[in-house]
Design a protein around this ligand. Structure first.
Ligand SMILES: Cc1cc2nc3c(=O)[nH]c(=O)nc-3n(C[C@H](O)[C@H](O)[C@H](O)COP(=O)(O)O)c2cc1C
Length: 173
């Protein structure tokens, strides 16, 4: 299958999660493009999409939200998974605008969402970001769990295989 992995990332940590997902899907025989959300104008040719975003001040980055809004009709026609990456100490689902995410997922008919822990490197941050982080109790460091990311991507690969099987095994009438 042709798969698009598109990820909104400010400092690169979430983009690397997207690349790990893409690598698992490639190893399973899929053709995977990794394209930044701003560059995605059209989903023609793709069978499936993985859309991810870093979470900042409880929201997905605008580029990911914008892609979901712009391309909702095309996303609805494809199988689509979404993921978030952040450092919320509560489970991200309850900390990071769960209603907003539910609405987005319903709009594009995403089949699943995963929240992954992210990375915070103070040296990467702009002054304004440091000020925001100073008020939160976010723990500096790389908290990404690439085994969990690869396991999730493996589930996507399994599901795509099952869907392809159910299409090809439909008896001709
Ligand atoms: C200014 C700022 C605000 C953040 N706000 C949140 C937040 O609301 N919820 C959350 O889970 N993580 C938050 N984070 C953590 C980021 O989501 C995390 O560092 C993520 O891995 C960054 O990904 P990126 O390198 O792809 O931009 C914030 C980080 C910064 C610097």
């Amino acid at each position: 299958m042709q798969i698009l992995v598109t990820v909104a990332s400010r400092h690169g940590a979430t983009a690397e999660i997207g690349t790990a997902v893409a690598d698992v899907l490639r190893a399973d025989g899929h053709v995977v493009d990794e394209v930044e959300p701003e560059e995605v104008a059209d989903l023609t040719g793709y069978d499936a999409v993985v859309l991810g975003s870093a979470v900042y001040t409880a929201h997905w980055l605008p580029a990911a939200r914008d892609l979901a809004a712009r391309l909702a009709p095309q996303l609805r026609e494809r199988v689509c998974w979404v993921f978030s990456s952040g450092l919320a100490t509560q489970p991200a689902a309850s900390a990071n605008s769960p209603h907003e995410l539910r609405v987005l997922m319903a709009d594009i008919r995403a089949v699943g969402h995963r929240a992954f822990a992210g990375r915070l490197r103070r040296a990467d941050l702009a002054f304004a970001e440091r000020a925001i982080i100073a008020g939160a109790r976010a723990k500096e460091g790389d908290h990404r769990d690439f085994d969990a990311v690869r396991a999730w991507a493996g589930q996507i690969a399994d599901e795509l295989r099952a869907r392809a099987g159910s299409v090809t095994s439909t008896p001709a009438s």
